[in-house]
Ligand binder design. Structure first.
Ligand code: ADP
Ligand code: ZN
Length: 830
């Protein structure tokens, strides 16, 4: 009799899956994609079968003539708890593609796909069903009796300890006759019935004058009060204390003054649940209808770029396309850049599909995530909405994947597997014969290169193929795009404000007009904190993070210096650490300082600030948006967060306080990023019948990103940028691999980087590959989280880059003491 073997992946960074023997009793269930319980050292872990016997032999034989490895001391698979595989063949193949393309261990590729509680260190429970044959006899009977005595269920390992013998076989037998079921549960029970203390504002918002009166000499209470305002009106007491450094006594004082109160709430409610959602517009415009028809007509497995200006009504096209998939009995996935930042989109999807939608957002607990996953897998929910990882949602019979704002960098995963959700979407759609649509007002050059007339530009993933482009060139109701006025900060008349924020008369006047008309304005400043850095005027010292070698950012609420890479806090130095000079000077500007200035210039305006510091608690972002929607905010100011997906018709002015914050970063996409940010934030203005305009303050008015943005000429910019990327070649003209080497000692990082570069050089030479190697060189961010960073760039055709990745990943990543990371198609070279 032949023995059967299976390869099982565990959520670990191992390039080779484990091999196990398949006991005869389990034979029928051990198929690729199935969950199995396997022994690993002294433990039992839940893994996923990635290949069964035949495939094992085939892949072993493929390995360049290597003899089939002897299977020494192979252990048995213990159990296969599910009657249905956890992963469909298409998802498993997507994982395999991802592992191969990005050079990631298969276990990590699968880890990105499956909710954590479903495998790994999970526990297997055995639960009595009360059904099945009457008499079983022997150990099976004893086990059932023992379980009955314990309320009907127990972890199988607890039972095994009681009976002093392994019970897998018996358990499997009981499950097969229907007398018991095996359930995989998270090892750690999730926190249940969590009650949270929150501090919330009470009464009407105080005017600036009232504030001055009430808070004289109560600076800390004022800070707390204003922090609550920025957080949308309330915050968890724990968050205020632990993260923001507020003291108990200040919280108590504010509460007893009547300006705020402490409430106890059952776990923070999911803001999406139970909400009816926004009803979609009833009728498509002729333009939308034409685009939708083309989408519906795409051949299965194919996709298109939906290139529609901001406010052109892309969302309704997505929704109708999803509806068509659902009506055809299939499912759909809608990907958004960051679920917390796009509540309007979620609300629209829910408005159309109600409880057929599973919203996969970061606020879900592990258990809730696993529940959503099961509902989708069983077909009880047919539409999944979520960020990056929702591309793996186990939607049954997938018919459509929507990638909204396909240009967003948050679609790229920052850890292994370093996948790009847009590319995964295209591969998965191909494998499942689903359609896909990539939507944007500012498509990435990578995507747009696929629609350009030159078919020579390679796709980063699939063989050269043209991507049809569907255009929505004008806004709904033919509303004009808002005029963009560039304010040259080098010469424009300024208002003296006492702050270092550049404040032109043009911007000041425009804000005044908006206020007098009772309209709303948005101000973008893409740097959080109060000031970019502090510097000693005497010796020039700039305090840096000791772990990250970047300048610390000055914050006012709570006061301190903070590292924007690792998050560490430091007190503001009273004197210079180097020369002892007493006065430190702040340079550069951040949103906190902007807020201070705007509050002083427009004392009657109701302000909201939106950046990482004001949106760190669950759903705080959602609450700020609600206040804007209700008209309780006159001026919204913030970082790039405010540029995304917001649709507020009463916003008639968008002001970009400093367009140059990212323009000169040492990254070949600096111009593209700046263009996208400007076009997206400009797109928030004039979405309603009142119209609107955009003011952009800059010191580089001649930069192409600004010139094209001022004309809303996205295609012009893309054509310009495509030329720029030709020489020296950068994506999409060439494919790119960034190898980042990091270590705690500077010397070590450098030496390892030189070693890696040599190794790659030899590989390229030996194989005669048409690849170019750049570096080694220190990364622009030379040190992050106490690690020195160097990198080597490899450029060349997509096929050869792929060969290098597949060969190098398992060999380089475990090398020496340094950490080596292969980042294929990187979205940032910093
Ligand atoms: P985009 O995502 O392209 O920037 P949206 O989808 O947010 O644009 O649409 C802009 C605005 O136009 C929204 O307020 C939306 O409700 C409205 N809208 C979209 N389609 C229609 C339509 N067919 N009829 C009326 N209003 C529409
Ligand atoms: Zn740091």
């Amino acid at each position: 009799m032949t023995e059967r073997f299976a390869q099982v992946a565990l959520p670990l960074p191992l390039f080779e899956p484990y091999t196990y023997r398949v006991p005869e009793s389990l034979g029928d269930r051990i198929v690729p994609g199935a969950r199995v319980v396997v022994p690993v050292r002294a433990r039992e872990l839940v893994g996923i079968v990635v290949a069964s016997e035949d495939a094992v032999i085939a892949s072993a034989a493929k390995q360049s003539g290597e003899a089939k490895r002897p299977l020494v001391a192979v252990k048995d698979i213990l159990a296969a708890p599910d009657s249905e595989t956890a992963l469909t063949p298409a998802l498993l193949r997507t994982a395999e593609w991802m592992a191969g393309y990005y050079g990631a261990p298969i276990g990590l590729a699968l880890k990105a796909m499956l909710p954590a509680p479903m495998w790994g260190g999970s526990r297997v429970l055995i639960r009595v069903t009360g059904a099945g044959p009457g008499r079983l006899g022997g150990l099976a009977e004893q086990l059932l009796e023992w379980l009955d005595g314990r309320g009907g269920e127990a972890p199988l390992d607890t039972a095994a300890r009681h009976f002093r013998k392994p019970l897998w076989e018996v358990a499997d037998r009981l499950a097969r006759v229907g007398a018991a079921e095996l359930v995989v549960e998270p090892a750690e029970a999730e926190p249940s019935g969590l009650v949270e203390r929150r501090l919330e504002l009470a009464g009407e918002s105080l005017t600036l004058v009232e504030r001055e009166a009430r808070f004289t000499r109560r600076v800390k209470q004022r800070r707390l009060y204003e922090t609550l305002e920025q957080l949308g009106g309330s915050a968890a007491v724990k968050h205020l204390k632990d993260t923001l450094g507020m003291s108990d006594s200040v919280i108590k004082a504010l509460a007893s003054s009547g300006l705020a109160r402490v409430v106890r709430v059952e776990r923070l409610r999911d803001p999406f649940e139970g909400e009816p959602g926004t009803a979609p517009p009833a009728k498509l415009t002729p333009e939308q209808a034409a685009v939708l028809e083309k989408l519906d007509g795409l051949a299965p497995g194919n996709g298109a770029l939906l290139f529609g200006v901001t406010g052109s009504g892309k969302t309704l096209v997505y929704l109708r396309a999803v509806q068509h998939a659902v009506e055809a009995g299939r499912g759909a996935i809608v990907l958004v850049p960051e679920i917390g930042l796009t509540p309007q989109m979620v609300s629209r999807v829910r408005g159309m599909f109600g409880n057929d939608v599973a919203v996969l957002h970061s606020g879900l607990s592990d258990g809730e995530r696993a529940d959503a996953w099961r509902l989708l897998r069983r077909g009880e929910r047919r539409v999944a909405v979520g960020a990056r990882s929702a591309v793996f949602a186990p939607v049954n019979d997938l018919g459509l994947i929507v990638v909204d704002e396909e240009h967003e960098t948050s679609y790229k995963n920052g850890e292994a597997p370093r996948y790009h959700a847009r590319e995964v979407a295209r591969v998965r759609a191909r494998l499942e014969s689903a359609r896909y649509v990539l939507g944007s007002a500012t498509p990435s050059l990578e995507t747009f290169s696929l629609v350009l007339p030159s078919p020579t530009l390679p796709s980063p993933v699939l063989p050269p193929s043209r991507l049809p482009v569907l255009r929505l060139p004008s806004r709904i109701d033919h509303r004009p795009m808002p005029p963009v006025e560039i304010v040259d900060l080098r010469s424009a008349p300024r208002v003296a404000t006492g702050h270092s924020v550049p404040w032109s008369e043009a911007l000041d006047g425009a804000l005044n007009t908006v206020m007098s008309r009772g309209e709303q304005a948005i101000l973008l400043l893409n740097r959080r904190g109060y000031a970019a850095f502090v510097q000693c005027p005497e010796c020039g010292l700039v305090p840096e993070c000791p772990d990250c070698s970047i300048a610390l950012t000055l914050h006012r609420v709570p006061p301190g210096l903070r590292c924007h890479y690792c998050g560490k806090h430091f007190p503001v130095p009273a004197t210079c650490a180097n020369c002892g000079h007493a006065v430190q000077r702040a340079h550069g500007i951040g949103t906190q300082q902007l807020e201070e200035l705007v509050a002083a210039r427009f004392p009657k305006a109701r302000l909201a600030r939106m950046d990482l510091d004001t949106t760190s608690t669950r759903f705080s972002h959602h609450r700020i948006l609600e206040r804007i929607e209700k008209g309780a905010v006159d001026i919204l100011l913030g970082t790039q967060m405010i540029a995304k997906g917001m649709d507020f018709p009463n916003v008639t002015l968008v002001g970009v306080v400093d367009a140059d914050t990212a323009l000169h970063l040492p990254d070949f996409r600096a111009g593209e990023r700046t263009y996208q940010l400007l076009a997206q934030v400009a797109g928030r203005a004039g979405r309603g019948p009142k119209g609107g305009k955009v003011l952009v303050q800059t010191r580089s008015p001649d930069h192409p990103a600004l010139k094209f943005a001022a004309r809303h000429d996205t295609e012009g910019f893309l054509a310009h940028e495509a030329l720029e990327r030709k020489s020296p070649p950068y994506p999409p003209e060439t494919s790119l691999l960034n190898v980042v080497i990091s270590a705690e000692q500077e010397q070590k990082a450098m030496e390892e980087a030189v070693g890696v570069a040599d190794w790659l050089e030899k590989l390229i030479a030996a194989q005669g590959l048409p690849l170019v190697l750049l570096g080694p060189a220190p990364c622009p961010l030379t040190r992050i989280k106490a690690r020195w960073r160097w990198h080597v760039l490899v450029k060349g055709p997509v096929e050869e880059i792929g060969r290098v990745v597949r060969y190098a990943a398992p060999r380089l990543e475990g090398r020496g003491k340094a950490r080596v990371v292969l980042d294929r198609d990187p979205v940032s070279l910093l």
